[in-house]
Design a binder for this molecule. Sequence first.
Ligand SMILES: Nc1nc2c(ncn2[C@@H]2O[C@H](COP(=O)(O)OP(=O)(O)OP(=O)(O)O)[C@@H](O)[C@H]2O)c(=O)[nH]1
Ligand SMILES: [Mg+2]
Length: 192
Amino acid sequence: MIIKKAEFIRSYSLGYDGSGNDEICVVGRSNVGKSSFINAICGNGKLAKTSSLPGRTRLINVFSINGGEFNLVDLPGYGYAKASKAEKATWDELMGHYFETADRIRQVIVLVDIRNTSIKDKQMLEYLYYYQIPFTVVATKCDKVTKSALKTELNKMASYLGLGKDNLIAFSSVSKLGISEVLGRFDDILKI
Ligand SMILES: Nc1nc2c(ncn2[C@@H]2O[C@H](COP(=O)(O)OP(=O)(O)OP(=O)(O)O)[C@@H](O)[C@H]2O)c(=O)[nH]1
Ligand SMILES: [Mg+2]
């Protein structure tokens, strides 16, 4: 797949019931690189707002890809240690509702930091398994580990998350590693 056109549609908070189109959504811990991932695969550095401060994306942001082929959805991050109880409750409610109406979700792209895999990531995958929502795990920020250490780190991550060794895509929005693999995966997902 080639992403020729990516447009921001709108942001939603509570009560989002889908965009009326097939969706591929992006989840992951706060600051893992979700917005950067969307910008990198769309070839547009300004599409989704990124920030070095964690917990910035607090809304569901919907982007239309290739004039309606599917929608890409940037979800708020989980596991931000400094979030208040009320903020955490809002996240639970927002995401609970999002995944409840899961029929239109063709795939959840779960981003996990290559240097910082957490129990929260494991819990996210357990949740998706439980509700039988299809997902793909992408290891982000792979530019931060040396080429020689990358394979070992990926294997460690796969084993911790209970995934097959080859069921991980190594990615970096800085070096652009993994973009073509992700886009190939999107083709497979949308074909089904
Ligand atoms: N080195 C490196 N830094 C990255 C990469 N992806 C994102 N970052 C940096 O990590 C920080 C967070 O990136 P975002 O894309 O805003 O992360 P996010 O997951 O959308 O964050 P929230 O919306 O706050 O949950 C920013 O400073 C990015 O520049 C990457 O592949 N490599
Ligand atoms: Mg973000």
